[in-house]
Design a protein around this ligand. Structure first.
Ligand code: FAD
Length: 464
């Protein structure tokens, strides 16, 4: 039985990246994964399959909404759901196999099965106990449950995100409970595919935590695309009768009770850390009051030699946050200085248009009690966005009024998820808005709108 330097539990973006970096740094590494395939939630039932369906349904939307405007006439596109599911599955499997290849290349042992920590340096999988100098818990998360709602993914009527990615067919109507990122992405998919989609949200705003102006404009755009919103509504239960779901909710403003029917209900009320079966109690690994694995700023748990990263620990539940922590903790274990800058973690919603943000929102920046300046450049002033029929959004930039240092940026517009990275790099370098404004941006690109927003924080944008 080999003794490892590191056993990683979970092969999601946190775990597999950690394993690869640790192997690159010369450690003898194994990674335990309970699923049949590598890649975790992200590759199997999260980021990748959802983006495949978003891409396919966006293409359909283009043929319906924009082809004729461009002189591309009579595009009659029929949806073959089985084929679309196959495309999604192929996209997933090329990616999960890619991780398998990287494990082999980096000589990482893939231990198949569910891991239990028996104590520091001891990981049990099946009947075998493996010895290791260090353990990284990267066990990820699972969908949160909602009181009064029983999810049955196999039934295809009341589903969570995993079920919604593999519905037996395109439903005529869908209620999405929760206006967060996952609910809005998957709601958009089915709205574009022809379902009547109603989003029921407890709060009065969508995508909690995002910049207020972005929230409002985003909701307006989604409503124009056909999504209906019931805001300030507390769902009390979901029942299924004769193959139809009934969602009961109470409007918080007047306590009135309502019921809405749908062929499918997607419960998208968030995710919670997944630590079941790991034996954390026995191993003495402490959890936070919200059930996350408690870590210090080097990702070490309450037990020396046992670390934790990704969705299982506090912080934004994002694949790239997990990856960054995976790399950083591998470096810490290898005796280097792993670091994650939590102030510069972008967040992206892959709807059309995309929504992307990094750093402080205007609301959060004001709370810091410093003087700030805020600019907003509309994509109506950007030639490329107009050609793409996606000029309804804007780039909003927030900088320190005294130093001009960029504090945050919020984009709602075409390719926002790609564009945000120039601001991430700028923020990592402590750049001023003027640094971005003085940087030549190629024309015609949507990125010019980022420069214009930076110009607007100085002597003024050009195209407004
Ligand atoms: C529908 C959907 C869409 C998403 N889209 C995006 C997106 O576009 N961008 C983004 O950044 N994030 C997205 N996310 C979130 C993203 O998937 C997660 O933040 C990310 O996967 C977290 O990575 P992780 O490595 O911490 O955990 P996970 O990816 O959850 O991986 C954990 C792995 O550990 C395994 N495991 C758990 N316990 C054990 C055990 N005891 N033994 C062995 N194996 C174990 C699990 O089987 C799992 O494979 C999305 C999520 C969903 C559900």
């Amino acid at each position: 039985m080999p003794t490892y330097d590191l056993i990683v539990i979970g092969a999601g973006p946190g775990g597999y990246v950690c394993a690869i970096r640790a192997a690159q740094l010369g450690l003898k590494v194994a990674c335990v994964e309970g699923r049949e395939t590598l890649g975790g939630t992200c590759l199997n039932v999260g980021c990748i399959p959802s983006k495949a369906l978003l891409h396919a349904s966006h293409m359909l939307h283009e043929t319906h909404e924009n082809f004729a405007k461009m002189g591309l006439m009579d595009a009659h596109v029929n949806v073959d759901w089985t084929r679309m599911q196959a495309y999604k599955a192929e996209t997933v499997s090329t990616n999960t196999k890619g991780i398998e290849f990287l494990f082999k290349k980096n000589k990482i042992d893939w231990i198949k099965g569910w891991a239990e920590i028996e104590g520091p340096g001891k990981v049990k999988v099946g009947d075998t106990t493996y010895e290791t100098k260090n353990i990284v818990i990267a066990s990820g998360s699972e969908p949160s449950s909602l009181k009064g709602v029983t999810v049955d993914n196999a039934g295809g009527i009341v589903v969570d995100s995993t079920g919604a990615l593999a519905l037996p067919g395109i439903p005529k109507s869908m209620v999405v409970i929760g206006a967060g990122v996952i609910g809005l992405e998957l709601g958009s998919v089915y709205a574009r595919l022809g379902a009547e989609v109603t989003v029921v949200e407890f709060l009065d705003v969508i995508t909690p935590g995002m910049d207020g102006e972005v929230q409002k404009q985003f909701q307006r755009i989604l409503a124009k695309q056909g999504l209906k919103f019931v805001m300030g509504a507390a769902v009390s239960g979901v029942t299924v009768e004769n193959g139809t779901a009934k969602v009961a909710y109470t409007l918080r403003k007047d306590n009135s009770e309502h019921v809405i029917e749908a062929a499918t209900v997607l419960v998208a009320t968030g995710r919670r850390p997944y630590v079941a079966g790991l034996g954390l109690d026995k191993a003495g690994v402490a959890l936070t009051d919200r059930g996350f694995v408690q870590v210090d700023n080097h990702w070490q748990t309450s037990v020396p030699g046992i670390y934790a990263i990704g969705d299982a620990v506090p912080g934004p539940m994002l694949a790239h946050k997990a990856e960054d922590e995976g790399m950083a903790v591998a470096e810490v274990i290898a005796g280097k200085h792993g670091h994650v800058n939590y102030n510069v973690i972008p967040g992206v919603i892959y709807t059309t248009p995309e929504v992307a943000s990094v750093g402080l929102t205007e609301e959060a920046a004001k709370e810091t009690n410093r003087k700030i300046k805020v600019s907003k450049f509309p994509f109506m002033g950007n030639a490329r966005a107009k050609a793409l029929f996606q000029a309804e959004g804007f780039v909003k930039m927030i900088a320190d009024a005294e130093t001009d240092r960029v504090l945050g940026c919020h984009i709602i517009g075409p390719n926002a998820g790609e564009m945000i990275h120039e601001v991430c790099v700028a923020m990592e370098f402590g750049a001023s808005a003027q640094d971005i404004a003085l940087t030549c941006h190629a024309h015609p690109t949507c990125s010019e709108a980022v420069r214009e927003a930076a110009l607007a924080l100085g002597d003024g944008a050009i195209h407004v």
